[in-house]
Design a protein around this ligand. Structure first.
Ligand code: UGA
Length: 426
């Protein structure tokens, strides 16, 4: 199949490389010539395990190309996959402007009966305007389909090669058949649903996972008031097969480029439809409040943040990615700096700095970041950070170790001489 993927951001590049690995002829298209220039040389502008290798293999095999030329990329395509960003507006509602501008650029060049699959996360109701935008610029027939994405950053290549399911939102049996055949090599269940169900499936999956994270953090808050340990609670509930042990790590709330924006869109959608008590509104509020309230809580225990030397370990939003969008550090660092702390930060892959860099420094090792620190904040579960031998950096003064993802062994940290603080863990 001749496929063009519009947008070479995270989802776009991974999708282009994986569809190419299935033997399809794929073109990745982007309006940013610099991105295209580096992708042509198999250079991925972000860190994602296994992606560069796949890109090199597919380009060498002659199945994968990149271009910024719409005419060249679109005119032969049998399937166009739109994978441009859908960020949040200030109101929390989704901003579809990149989708509309991609549709305007591609419409004049499409082949008759092309399938246009929207992989970007867009809400129910949005296809009316998307369809109209394309129809205003072409008289050719096209099929608009919802093809939501479920990959996770850090494991994106294997998630895409081995999906739990493929969801195809279309009312057209022929179009479904073609797309089901395309995805058949994944050997995953292929779910045929209506367009708006597919869109709701995407939002519901993310909202459910975000609810789960918020739920366990709320229970962890309650454990702080008694002798219960949240890790033991998780172990105990997880044997219930309806609940399970996975995806229950307590922490700083959910971050990254997807959950916060998707929950905000659902909250805005609920408000727009007069569902003013909808859980999504409360979910977003709780997630926004989580980091400031933990920083206040820990601030009281460590005797305030003013003039404290703080080591921040982990700047990405989670491990195995250098993506810092909605990362814990991006919210914690400004709050600590404005409370008078002095910060040395370290991350194995991510680079990040606050707007005001006074009293902030990103350094190149855990040792340098933690030297003379009063408080060490472990924010991300990078293996290098959680496996580090903290007894080697102990200094004589009182030092706190805040384990914001419950990844360290409290006893060994205490034995190394630190005052250990976790999440809902006694
Ligand atoms: C998420 C979904 O997991 C994917 O299925 C989805 O395709 C993607 O969003 C998307 O919509 O594009 P991702 O943002 O890469 O993927 O990250 P996750 O690994 O799901 O983590 C999201 C956030 O939740 C992170 O801040 C993580 O630290 C936090 N989290 C995750 C927890 O606090 N506790 C957990 O148990 C798991």
């Amino acid at each position: 199949m001749k496929i063009t993927v519009v947008g070479t951001g995270f989802v776009g590049v991974v999708s282009a490389a994986v569809y190419s690995s299935l033997g399809n002829q794929v073109i990745g298209l982007d309006i940013d010539p610099n991105k295209i220039k580096s992708l042509k040389q198999s250079k991925v502008p972000f860190f994602e395990p296994g992606l560069e290798k796949l890109l090199i293999e597919q380009q060498r095999a002659g199945r994968l190309q990149f271009t910024d030329n719409y005419k060249k990329a679109i005119s032969e395509a049998e399937l166009i996959i739109i994978a441009v960003g859908t960020p949040s507006k200030k109101t929390g509602a989704v901003d579809l402007s990149y989708i509309f501008s991609a549709c305007k650029s591609l419409a004049p060049h499409i082949k008759p009966k092309v399938i246009i699959a929207i992989k970007s996360t867009v809400p129910p109701g949005s296809f009316t305007q998307i369809k109209k935008t394309i129809q205003e610029l072409t008289a050719k027939k096209f099929y608009l389909v919802s093809l939501p994405e479920f990959l996770k950053e850090g494991t994106a290549v294997s998630d895409t090669l081995h999906p739990d399911r493929v969801v195809i939102g279309t009312d057209n049996a022929q179009v479904f058949k073609k797309l089901a055949a395309l995805h058949q090599p994944f050997k995953a269940p292929v779910v045929k649903v209506g367009i708006e169900s597919a869109q709701m499936i995407k939002y519901t999956a993310n909202a459910y996972l975000a609810t789960r994270i918020t739920f366990i953090n709320q229970i962890a808050n309650l454990c702080e008031h008694n002798q219960a340990n949240i890790e033991e609670v998780i172990e105990g509930i997880g044997y219930d097969q309806r609940i399970g042990h996975h995806y229950w790590y307590p922490g700083l709330g959910y971050g990254g480029s997807c959950f916060p924006k998707d929950v905000k869109e659902l909250a805005a959608y609920a408000k727009n439809h007069n569902e003013t008590d909808n859980l999504m509104i409360q979910l977003d509020r709780l997630n926004e409040a989580r980091i400031p309230s933990l920083i206040n809580h820990w601030g009281k225990i460590v005797g305030g943040w003013e003039n404290k030397q703080v080591a921040i370990l982990g700047l990405s939003f989670k491990s195995n990615t250098n993506d810092t969008r909605e990362s814990p550090a991006s919210r914690i660092v400004p709050q600590l700096l404005s409370s008078g702390a002095k910060i040395k930060a370290y991350d194995p892959k991510a680079v990040w700095k606050p707007a005001n860099q006074q009293n902030y420094q990103q350094v190149d090792s855990i040792k340098t970041a933690t030297a003379k620190a009063d408080i060490i904040l472990v924010l991300v579960e990078w293996p290098e950070i959680i496996n580090f031998d903290y007894s080697t950096i102990k200094v004589s003064k009182k030092q706190f170790m805040i384990d914001a993802r419950n990844q360290l062994e409290p006893d060994s940290i205490s034995q190394a001489g630190f005052s250990y603080l976790g999440i809902g863990r006694n």
